[in-house]
Design a protein around this ligand. Structure first.
Ligand code: ADP
Length: 502
């Protein structure tokens, strides 16, 4: 073995580690779920120490399954669930509280206030629309609710990449990369610095923040005593940006969509940030000595999670693999729509008051209708985003797709019909882990960027076959209905944020 790469892929529900060879072949894999904590409705937490222990176990499992010796591991890449917020004590590296997860809505009120007072400022400086989703308000919540003033100087903040590097690196470095920093609402994506005005506005002291270094910097060396080998950590990317890299979206205008718990469409927009209504502008990656590559992002919070909900909460399917057969068992949705707004709606709506609804039920509706409506909802949400992109000067001509739910070919066919463009599933099913692994490998000189780019292979292409406009109109009516319910609810509580594209 002439050199291999370890990718650490720290996700929302599980930790994974993969040993890749230089061509992206999986030599060994370790994966383990960890505990999700839901202390109150709408609140989601992770135990950062449990994440670390689980991650270390996965790294050991992957290396052991691959059969490679420690000295064959030439570099490490880290990709991670984004925005999830950890505060720890600098000296002891002990978290002061469980991590507040990206899905958690506890900071909704604070985020709404920031949106009301300073939406334009945040959009211009960070590319983001203030929302409970991002790290800044989560940090402030921890400072207000868990810490005392005299503790403040001892504390450090990090997203999960920073936390893992602090624990896994020999020197306990406190660093992050621009793709992760750009998800905090505190990082200026134009000058690539933490922004004093925004830190002040959100209420976060600068000294808490990690040092931001390029996405392919030397982040430290892995601690051999902990993971069993010493190798340089040479790439860090947030999970969606890693998938965009893994899908080789290197030219402006190339888009990818990852369908997992949520679904995230990201497009390369080159070296200049651009604003499209309802979408986020974020940093794709920034490499040493180079200008940042910006991405346009549409984020939907509930995609495959709707299928999980049908399985785990309603029990109407026993595995997500049953979903496709059930969807195909009926010729159409027969008017049943599922708006999976369990935590509000993300792009392009950014409406946190809206809640999930199912419409169009009849006595003939059953398991297949609900399952089909859940799958269709993943595709409709991406169509909503694609329409906003289409209304700008940008155009999506094809979509590269990956993620757990892309096993479902019905979803991909339906998506292609709705978008009226080819949908291409990558041959490499591990787009996210291989994306960051490849960046580490390129940085180390194990592989060349052109070999990597040329190695991108399409596993399956789905071309538009059917007109779905009538169905799409049905979705829009269902969404409007869900929005009207939210509006009448919030009229009572007087916190209405209307769903509107204008
Ligand atoms: P994440 O990285 O966000 O944890 P994954 O990429 O592992 O997610 O994908 C898991 C998600 O994909 C789950 O939400 C699951 O419900 C969904 N999923 C898996 N298989 C299917 C399928 N055949 N049809 C629809 N959804 C699926």
């Amino acid at each position: 073995m002439d050199g291999c790469i370890v990718s650490i892929d720290q996700g929302t529900t599980s930790c994974r580690a993969i040993v890749f060879d230089k061509a992206g072949k999986v030599l060994g894999l370790g994966q383990k779920e960890f505990t999700q904590h839901f202390p109150q409705p709408g609140w989601v937490e992770h135990d950062a120490d449990e994440i670390l222990e689980t991650q270390v176990q996965c790294i050991k499992d992957a290396v052991s399954a691959s059969g490679v010796k420690g000295d064959a591991i030439k570099c490490v890449g880290i990709t991670n669930q984004r925005e999830t917020t950890v505060l720890w004590k600098r000296n002891s590296l002990k978290p002061i509280h469980r991590a507040i997860v990206w899905q958690c809505r506890r900071t909704q009120e604070h985020a709404e206030k920031l949106k009301k007072s300073s939406a334009d400022l945040f959009k211009q400086k960070t590319g983001l629309i203030p929302d409970a989703y991002f790290s800044g308000p989560k940090i402030k919540w921890l400072l207000d609710n868990v810490t005392s003033k005299d503790q403040l100087n001892e504390l450090a903040f990090g997203t999960i990449d920073s936390w893992l590097i602090a624990k896994l690196s020999e020197d306990n470095n406190h660093v992050t990369d621009p793709s992760n920093a750009s998800r905090t609402m505190l990082f200026n994506i134009n000058d690539l610095n933490w922004d004093d005005e925004l830190l002040d506005l959100v209420g976060v002291p600068l000294h808490l923040m990690p040092k931001v270094v390029p996405s392919n910097a030397l982040f430290g060396h892995t601690n051999k005593d902990l993971v069993g080998f010493r190798a340089p950590i040479l790439a860090v990317l947030g999970d969606q940006q890693a998938a965009m890299y893994g899908q080789a979206c290197f030219d402006p205008g190339m888009f990818k969509c990852t369908y997992g718990t949520g679904s995230f469409i990201l497009g390369n927009i080159g070296h200049t940030p651009q604003d499209v209504h309802g979408l986020l502008t974020t940093i794709g990656w920034q490499l040493t000595g180079e200008k940042p590559v910006y991405a346009l992002e549409g984020a939907t919070f509930i995609a495959g999670a709707a299928i999980q909900w049908l399985r785990d909460s309603l029990g109407i399917i026993s595995s997500s693999d049953e979903a496709e057969g059930l969807a195909r068992s009926i010729k159409s949705n027969e008017g049943v729509y599922f708006v999976p707004a369990f935590v509000g709606m993300g792009s392009p709506w950014w409406d946190s008051s809206i809640r999930g609804t199912i419409t169009g039920l009849t006595r003939g509706s059953g398991q297949a209708h609900l399952v089909r409506a859940a799958i269709e909802s993943m595709a409709y949400q991406i169509r909503d985003i694609a329409d906003e992109i289409g209304n700008s000067h940008l155009k999506i001509t094809e979509l590269r797709v990956d993620g757990g739910a892309t096993k479902n070919t019905f979803l991909l066919e339906f998506q292609s019909d709705l978008l009226k463009i080819p949908v291409k599933r990558a041959q490499q099913v591990e787009a996210t882990a291989w994306g960051v692994g490849a960046l580490a490998g390129i940085t180390q000189g194990l592989i060349t960027k052109s070999d990597f780019e040329n190695g991108w292979e399409c596993g399956a292409t789905h071309k538009p076959q059917k007109d779905r406009e009538a169905e799409y109109q049905g979705w829009q009516s269902a969404l409007a209905g869900a929005s009207a319910v939210a509006a009448s609810e919030s009229l009572r509580s007087k916190v209405h944020v209307p769903i509107s594209r204008t």
